[in-house]
Design a binder for this molecule. Sequence first.
Ligand code: SF4
Length: 397
Amino acid sequence: MKREPIGLYLHIPFCRSKCPYCDFCSYPRPTNELMESYTHELVRRIREAGKTYGETLPASVSHSGEGTTSRRLTLDTVYFGGGTPTLLPPSCIRELFAAIREAFVILPDAEITVEGNPAAAGREALSVWRECGVNRLSLGSQSAQANELKALGRLHRWEDVEKTVTDARAVGIENINLDFMLGIPHQTPASLADTLSRALALEPTHLSAYTLMLEEGTPFHRRGRAALGLPQNEEEADEQAVTLWEQACAILQEAGYEHYEISNFARSGFRSRHNLHTWQCRDYLGLGVAAHSCMNGVRFGQSRDLEGFLAGKDITEFTEILTPADRESECIMLALRLSDGIDEQEFSNRFDKDFWHTYGHICIPFIEKGLMGREGGRVYLTEAGFPVSNAILAELI
Ligand code: SF4
């Protein structure tokens, strides 16, 4: 039996500055020397992982990447996330790709994404990413309004987003995702409509819209809702978030985008294949500080210890062996984020039980209320069901 291709995630934890709401693992103002040291260590770990997982492949599932028998794992997606990977110097980008191609087999039609910040992704840098194989750019755009970008502490202006999209296309990167935020200080339904209309004018293949969260430990969290001009209590904030989210869904669907995941929208054929690895409970390997993985039924994550990482130490923060029951709950939870929902046949192949027989009685009341649907061998949340997904999941798992 052939092993399924996996997704590879590489975390690049550097940014030009630290946004006051950001809880991602990123360190501001890195020197070139630091980024080079990080790259060298990441390369070492890429090689090590390629060897470790390659050795576990039985000969019958070996792949023949370039005509020779190879025991390398096959990748159908590669994702450079961060942080701001587009900050990396060209020599680091080339070094990383050489290591990935040596350690793994990248399928010819693989989706290879780099995350970029419109304030740090010039045409020259993008052309190096493209030359190395990148075919998808995910841009942290957030808003088209100057006052909202300023409130978020972002360094870019909307014009930088427009320029970066033009530059990406000029170097041959046509598959472009724009990330937006909902619930930004000063945001109104009118400003959101204007932001999305400007975004649509750029004809991205994919858009994501996530709600601003006040994460513990961030300057935004310390300042608090009142000082930021946000709704004072959770309930009000949730209500506002749902209203803006519904507005975004309506605008983007009207423009012809598939609302294929709670927070994600795509032109037909442009769903994020990398993120689908997670949502479809398929294996992915994450390397670098703060990177998470799920491989062969084991979930594990790296800590944020940059110093330890650079010193070559094992920085594994947790390892969790998933029981069949864990896998089942996780698959239900993640699949219901997708408009396709749960494929009953696949569920039965995977868990050796009939989904409807086991969970149908819980789903029926939600179907009657129009919050879930069952059609074509699939059970899914409807548009009305997405905003109350947590309550539905609480009943199911
Ligand atoms: S650019 Fe992105 S990763 Fe970097 S600090 Fe801002 S939000 Fe965080």
